[in-house]
Write a protein that binds this ligand. Sequence first.
Ligand code: DAH
Length: 340
Amino acid sequence: MQQKVAELEAKALAAVAAAADEAQLTELKVAYLGKKGEITQLSRMMGQLDAAERPAFGALVNQVKSSVEAAVAARMESLQAAARNARLQAETIDVTLPGARFTRGNRHILSLVQQQMEEIFIGLGYQVVQGPQVEYDYYNFEALNLPKDHPARDMQDSFYFSPNMLLRTHTSPVQARTMEKMQGRLPVMIISPGVVYRRDDDATHSPMFHQLEGLVIDKHVTFADLRGTLLAFARQMFGPEREVRLRPSYFPFTEPSAEVDISCFNCGGAGCRLCKGSGWIEILGSGQVHPRVLEMSGYDPEQCSGFAFGMGIERVAMLKYGITDLRLMFDNDVRFLNSF
Ligand code: DAH
């Protein structure tokens, strides 16, 4: 009996050592050590033995089982190592091949135009400041001389979080925030670009869009300064031949207020489709800062004066690059985005 066991062990070990690959070895493992495997079956023979011989026989079978198991594991490891080595030998890497190219992206048209606008105003001595997009009713309206029941609020319906908090409808609240922070110091000379929100959605309006606000306060700041500043901006942005035209308008936070047109850069003022035949294109709202607005944020209208303006960045981009549908800027079509 013991002889038989020893022979079986020798046979199993030889077969394992000769296994050519992982699949074959797995088959052998099942054949010897599986549920119905030859070595597993040895235990069955226990019944034919005298009770006294059984413990020694059981121990022998267990020892054979572990020696074959160990041989299988060792063979498996060496077969896997050999397979890995063969793969590494076959895979040569040619370090002289050209690498995979990364295509470089480009700025979004709005970032581009915003940066151009910022650079012009920085060149004129302005500082760039930011304000929050989730804004208090106080800064968005009250501090800009738009009390709760003011009819001009209707044109700026927005998304409210609570009666006193909303997504800002324009960048003008940054005027009041800046004045508060400056605590009466002069001069104030800032621009504030950023995202604003309104309940509006068509080819020329998006519920989310961008504005650039400007605010200047100092002693003796006049309407002429406003005009000169906007003329300088228009010429740098749209070409040295541009003229500006101020039309009387109304904003609660400026007095007097003006809407500003630039001479059409497409036809030079003769009249074309872009300017709808008028020779002029409207680009922004502006005015002398209302004395009440100065007062509310801690500036004495007897001691200083200022002007402010606000323009749509999408509008400037559309005019400058001849884009006819504002929604293109938010569609994320790379053919459009890559063309700037
Ligand atoms: N906040 C105005 C708007 O969104 C634009 C504007 C007009 C801003 C006149 C100004 C200004 O600073 O003086 O329609």
